[in-house]
Design a protein around this ligand. Structure first.
Ligand SMILES: [Zn+2]
Length: 561
């Protein structure tokens, strides 16, 4: 049988950045876990014995047969790369193939593995050159268990330079969490000295994973979107963009600690892509707050150069601007109002109920009624909102199919006007000009910088000849210009203008006026928050109301159910 793990030709070895990075417990974990994921494992158990310098990773993936077990710890062995050509097709994680050999050199390496095609598995111990020195048949489930013991035992100086145990464990946790975000289908168990340290339950998407790491985040605080993208160069295979974002009215971060990017299943650092993400949330979050966003790109490997950094965390992406634009669009789409936010399970239950009614009446074709989740997804922004009443001259009570919302009238209007100004920051001439006095030089410069036409009008006087269209008819337009003159960029000037022009709280609105406002608001690009980052609406979903009123307590007869 032809071995699937082969020795690499020297030119390939040279292309792969030199120097395997086994320098800590965490790097051992990363190499072993990446190999387990590459082998298709969906149940991974990591056992750490930090004081013994021992790490064990067990997976249920494709195990190795005896031939592969003989080869796998030899220098420059990998089952993934045979020629330099293959380097450009890499989609697997542990592609450098050096890890097991390095581990053999640095520790006591033992591998138990059973290929699913075989009756039993093998247990092999390797010497420092990666040569098998002990082998025996062993009864294990299909999969692989790699044990690295007495790490750095032969070079104790390597142990001394390492950070304290607690920090190494923190690094391990981060590596596992990042991999779990990239591979949500995997079930994880992490043990430390025979005690369960933490688990990660698998999910259909990363949306189910994030709340397991951030205890205050609920799944309904997150929006998930997956989009297929045709690359500019049609020779490349279609790409996929997945984003999971924290909805800006429900969660954001004090630090830039949760803008995470992965490409082809691997967590990476990309300052440009992180910047794209952060700016996509511009004017949706409160001042000095940062978004929560996980971005996962799946690209044709030929569009990536992985070798920029030997630790595989930095990459070079071809057509970077193209991807930045697509990412911006995907985030913008996730920020829109979507009926899917109202809770999938609630929708499903509802659909279930409708089906039951339809069945009893016998008037519908059942098969035709079952709509896949994907159809609901397409309704982004199309939720029908009906204005019912105004409360406290401040809130619009709006009802929709799944419950009711309280919408604050001023900031909803402010969001509409802000986006209108973003699209067209237009000026009109004022005749006669507005004359102002006692402006400082920096105020004059500021007014000019944001686009107003201003000129000297004699001693300590200035004439303003054009002003933002939205302000032109206002009686407080002088105050408005003074406010703008105090600084800030164009965006901030637009926010200030929108705020000043928006309906005040305390204004009585008729139902048709409220309806018009709601219709415009729900079609804005980011209806969730005002440009200062405040939430615009409070939602009372039917599922929550029904729970509150204990409508599931069916006692005797119906109480209006
Ligand atoms: Zn305001």
């Amino acid at each position: 049988m032809k071995p699937t793990i082969q020795h690499l030709p020297p030119e390939v070895i040279n292309i792969i950045a030199a120097g395997e990075v086994i320098d800590s417990l965490a790097s051992v974990v990363r190499e072993l876990v990446e190999n387990a994921i590459d082998a298709g494992g969906t149940r991974l158990t990591l056992s750490l014995f930090p004081d013994l310098w021992r790490v064990r990773v067990a997976d249920n993936g494709r195990g190795m047969d005896l031939t592969n077990l003989h080869f796998c710890a030899k220098p420059h062995s990998t089952s993934k790369i045979h020629t330099s050509e293959d380097l450009w097709k890499i989609t697997s994680l542990g592609f450098r193939g050096e890890a097991l050999h390095s581990l053999a050199q640095l520790s006591e390496l033992e591998i138990c593995s059973r290929s699913p095609l075989e009756e039993a598995g093998w247990r092999i111990k390797y010497d420092r050159d990666g040569k098998p020195i002990e082998e025996e048949i062993t009864a294990i489930a299909p999969g692989t268990i790699v044990t690295v013991a007495n790490l750095f035992g032969s070079i104790p100086v390597r142990r001394q330079g390492l950070p304290p145990k607690s920090q190494q464990l923190k690094e391990v946790q981060e590596i596992i969490q990042n991999l779990a975000l990239c591979h949500p289908q995997i079930a994880w168990q992490i043990w430390q000295d025979e005690t369960l340290w933490f688990r990660i339950f698998p999910g259909a998407t990363v949306r189910e994973i994030i709340p397991q790491f951030l205890k205050r985040i609920h799944i309904s605080d997150l929006q998930y979107l997956s989009k297929e993208i045709s690359p500019e160069n049609t020779a490349f295979s279609p790409a996929k963009i997945e984003v999971a974002i924290g909805l800006p009215d429900r969660c954001h971060r004090r630090r830039l600690d949760w803008v995470k990017v992965a490409v082809n299943g691997r967590f990476i650092r990309s300052p440009q892509l992180e910047q794209t993400i952060v700016s996509s949330f511009s004017k949706t979050l409160p001042r000095d707050r940062y978004p929560l966003c996980f971005l996962h790109l799946t690209l044709d490997p030929r569009q990536i150069d992985w070798n920029r950094h030997p630790a595989k965390t930095e990459i070079y992406l071809h057509d970077l601007d193209f991807w930045r634009e697509r990412i911006g669009e995907a985030i913008a789409e996730s920020l829109r109002m979507s009926p899917t936010d109202l809770g999938t399970t609630a929708n499903n239950r509802r659909i279930g109920k409708l089906l039951k009614v339809a069945e009893e009446k016998g008037s519908y074709n059942l098969a035709r009624q079952i709509e896949p989740q994907a159809n609901i997804k397409n309704e982004i922004g199309l939720l029908a909102l009906r204005a019912v009443a105004q409360v406290n001259k401040m809130y619009i009570v709006a009802e929709h199919e799944h419950g009711l919302w309280l919408v604050e009238q001023h900031i909803a209007h402010e969001r509409i006007l802000y986006e209108q100004l973003q699209d067209a920051w237009e000026f009109i001439s004022v005749e006669p000009p507005i004359v102002l006095s006692q402006l400082t030089t920096s105020q004059v410069e500021q007014v000019r910088r944001i686009g107003l036409e201003i000129e000297s009008f004699g001693e300590d006087m200035w004439a303003i000849r054009t002003i933002p269209e939205m302000l032109a008819e206002r009686s407080d337009r002088v105050d408005a210009i003074l406010e703008l003159s105090w600084g800030g960029d164009i965006r901030e000037a637009q926010v200030a203008t929108a705020c000043r022009s928006a309906i005040r709280n305390g204004t009585i609105l008729s139902v048709p006026e409220m309806q018009a406002l709601l219709d415009r608001w729900k079609n804005t690009r980011n209806p969730r928050t005002c440009p200062h980052g405040r939430p615009i609406y409070l939602s009372l979903e039917e599922t929550a109301l029904s729970r509150f009123f204990r409508r599931h307590w069916v006692i005797g007869k119906s109480h209006g159910i």
